[in-house]
Design a protein around this ligand. Structure first.
Ligand SMILES: CC(C)(COP(=O)(O)OP(=O)(O)OC[C@H]1O[C@@H](n2cnc3c(N)ncnc32)[C@H](O)[C@@H]1OP(=O)(O)O)[C@@H](O)C(=O)NCCC(=O)NCCS
Length: 148
């Protein structure tokens, strides 16, 4: 598996991956209204727009995108692993990749607004809860941080 930078031609595939993961996995924790709001943030055009100011990466194997992660400054965004590839260590590898990358830029702490679905994952990787937040559009999230 290779972690590489996002290219605009990945946008459709990643948008579909995120949408499918939301509807297969996150739907257990969030109402459909929230799922649809998050989905809209990850339309192909939005992904291309965001990649202009965020570092967006994908995990790829044999030409198939298995997951994605983004980082802007000291904030991690949009970590999604294809549901049938979850719990195989890909999410961990992507977070460690981002941590090393940002450390090299002199950033000492990373923050993430975790979904309730991914809270235990971030906890396992050393992220600590700062506070719970409730957003009108995006529902309950947990602000977490880690000194890297
Ligand atoms: C959360 C997510 C990114 C984790 O990716 P992943 O590739 O499945 O995670 P990994 O296999 O690398 O897991 C790393 C560690 O976290 C643990 N972990 C992962 N998901 C977990 C869960 N839901 N509950 C408890 N532990 C979990 C694993 O057991 C593993 O521990 P280990 O290394 O001691 O065995 C992935 O499940 C996902 O895409 N979820 C849905 C989308 C989402 O909510 N994204 C976050 C938006 S902020």
């Amino acid at each position: 598996m290779e972690i590489r930078r996002f290219k605009p031609e990945d946008a459709e595939e990643i948008s579909y991956l995120i949408s499918t993961t939301l509807r297969e996995i996150n739907v257990k924790d969030y109402p459909l209204r929230i799922i649809e709001n998050v989905e809209r943030k990850h339309l192909p055009s939005k992904l291309i727009e965001k990649s202009k100011y965020r570092d967006v990466f994908v995990a790829e194997e044999s030409g198939e995108i298995l997951g994605t992660i983004s980082v802007e400054g000291d904030v991690v965004f949009s970590v999604f692993i294809k549901s049938n590839y979850q719990r195989k260590g890909i999410g961990r590898k992507m977070i460690e990749y981002i941590e090393n990358n940002t450390k090299d830029k002199g950033i000492k702490t990373l923050r993430v607004s975790s979904s309730t679905t991914s809270f235990e994952f971030y906890k396992k990787l050393g992220y600590r809860k700062i506070k719970s937040c409730t957003h009108k559009l995006y529902g309950e999230t947990i602000l977490m941080s880690k000194t890297i």
